[in-house]
Design a protein around this ligand. Structure first.
Ligand code: HEC
Ligand code: HEC
Length: 482
């Protein structure tokens, strides 16, 4: 664990431990790939596909692989690949990144405990450090024994019209800073077995601290904490590119109608891109939202505490400043998030990997999990400008069908709509037998995650299930390597 070694209130950045910035083995990886030709080795193992979709603009396979995250790529062998800082950052950029990392790993304390820079957590919150949910190893375990849940899963509350709960608001906070302040309550889960063609999953139920505040008709949407990969790169994909890939009316008739999550921002509409429903338009807003909803920290972006008007105790509890997190701290956290690296692909056998990439495109996974994107320009992090990257997402919302509809609309994303999650690094996550997938972690394996796909992804799922066992294994080998 990284413990805070600075004196209370100090602004001195922690020096980065030597494990943070590692030189990459990239040069070697690239040399290996090109030694194998790096081109289309897959044609010799042309898979026998049931009914290959014939959409003309279906993405083609790119097996002339560039580094997975452009300049932000780190070696796949790094022990804890997810909260690493990209290589070669100039020392000037570290001025923000390094204190940002400190703010990310510190355990925030309640107001008035003498740590001005790191106080103000709560009064209601889910966790007191970003690292309690976002792990350097992958995903934190969420499902414990006896229906208990860890702090690394949180719950959005709402309904199909987008109305939050009158008492609890839009997110449940299960902790409070002081025993005199009642917590909101506790979620539990029940594992459900696979039946009637439905894969194994979970359901949730809620025990309120105050029995006079039942959830009533309000629905529960569980959210596991994603691994954080190449966040700055995703932030830099031009809005125009995301918009251009949308096809809200499915005018190309491929059954896939990804749409932009248009989010109101002051007077204008912006493209939502972060979070399971793409409710946040930028990395900075996402971070401010996490501080607000998950930790009870106010920022200039979200000045009000995370309490509803029906929770007066929240408004009278001491606060750690107005706002509790200064703009310079928020910017520093955003710098750290922006500088997060992307682990390089793990390829055991290039021809299998390329054959898997081809199957991934042919069954239609790549129609949402867009393999390749290009970043725009960054004045602050020029190394991230104009990078070809492989995040496997279109950052669009898709109707994923009734199975994944948990009844909570958020901003303009319907209860059944989800943002295509980036898949880079997913194979590293999947190495952990406890790892969970999909927004609420209901899937305990990558293949169960695929089986839950419905709606616009129904066709791709069906074609996947019609592949031969060997072809499925080839596709899975690819998925584990990206
Ligand atoms: C209680 C657990 C928890 C804490 C604490 C937490 N997060 Fe998160 N984080 C999540 C969850 C869950 C999501 C997905 C939220 C959603 O879509 O509903 C998320 C999403 C994100 C994302 C977007 C990822 C993506 O792929 O779109 C970023 C960036 C992020 N968090 C940064 C932070 C930062 C910075 C902090 C600390 C200030 C933090 N988080 C604290 C649970 C947490
Ligand atoms: C119509 C768009 C679409 C298609 C086609 C599609 N996906 Fe997805 N995929 C999504 C969305 C949206 C989610 C998130 C759903 C959720 O969390 O409830 C997702 C989730 C996943 C996940 C879990 C990711 C995580 O972070 O837990 C995996 C793995 C995955 N998809 C693989 C595939 C594969 C393999 C295929 C092809 C067989 C495929 N997907 C086809 C949209 C799509």
């Amino acid at each position: 664990m990284f413990l805070l070694s600075t004196p209370a209130g100090s602004t001195r950045p922690l020096s980065l431990s030597s494990s943070v910035i590692k030189s990459t083995a990239l040069g070697v990886t690239i040399a290996l790939l090109s030694a194998c030709g790096g081109s289309d080795d897959a044609s010799s193992t042309q898979p026998n596909l049931p009914s290959p979709p014939t959409t003309p603009d279906r993405p083609t396979v790119d097996s002339d692989w560039q580094p997975a995250g452009g300049n932000a790529t780190i070696a796949a062998s790094v022990a804890q690949p997810f909260l690493q800082i990209m290589p070669n950052l100039p020392s000037s950029a570290l001025g923000g990144v390094s204190p940002g990392r400190e703010l990310f790993i510190t355990e925030w304390t309640p107001a008035g405990e003498g740590r001005a820079l790191f106080d103000g957590v709560g009064p209601l919150f889910n966790a007191n450090a970003c690292t309690q949910c976002h792990s350097a190893d992958g995903r934190k375990p969420v499902y414990a024994a006896n229906g208990q849940l860890t702090d690394a899963i949180l719950f959005r509350l709402g309904d199909k019209q987008g109305a939050a709960h009158a008492y609890y608001g839009e997110q449940l906070q299960h902790q409070s800073i002081d025993p005199s302040i009642a917590t909101e309550g506790r979620m539990h889960y029940t594992a459900t077995a696979s039946q009637n063609g439905k894969p194994a999953g979970v359901t949730f139920d809620f025990t309120p601290t105050d029995s006079n505040q039942p959830l009533g008709q309000t629905a529960i949407s569980g959210r596991i904490s994603p691994q954080l990969v190449g966040m700055g790169l995703l932030d830099l994909i031009p809005e125009a590119d995301i918009i251009a890939a949308a096809d809200p009316n499915d005018s190309d008739n491929d059954g896939i109608s990804g749409r932009v999550h248009w989010v109101d921002d002051d007077q204008q509409q912006r493209v939502g891109r972060f979070g399971w429903k793409a409710i946040n338009i930028s990395l900075r807003t996402q971070n401010a939202n996490a501080m607000s909803q998950d930790m009870g920290l106010t920022t200039s972006v979200f000045m009000a505490p995370n309490c509803t008007v029906n929770q007066p105790i929240c408004w009278t509890a001491p606060n750690g400043g107005t706002p509790e997190v200064s703009d310079s701290s928020l910017d520093a956290v955003t710098d750290f998030m922006t500088a997060l690296a992307v682990p390089e692909r793990r390829i055991d056998d290039l021809s299998t990997f390329n054959a898997g990439a081809k199957l991934f495109a042919q069954v239609g996974c790549a129609s949402c999990h867009t393999p390749k994107q290009k970043t725009g320009d960054s004045a602050r992090f020029p190394l991230l400008s104009q990078q070809t990257i492989y995040p496997y997402t279109d950052l669009l919302l898709h109707d994923m069908g009734a199975g994944l509809d948990d009844g909570v609309k958020e901003k303009n994303a319907e209860s059944y709509e989800w943002r295509t999650p980036p898949l880079w690094g997913i194979g590293i996550v999947a190495r952990d037998p406890q790892a969970r997938f999909l927004h609420d972690g209901r899937a305990s394996s990558l293949s169960d995650a695929i089986l839950w796909h419905g709606g616009e992804a129904q066709g791709a799922k069906t074609r996947f299930s019609q592949l031969s066992t060997t072809e499925q294994q080839t596709l899975m080998a690819f998925l584990k390597g990206i």
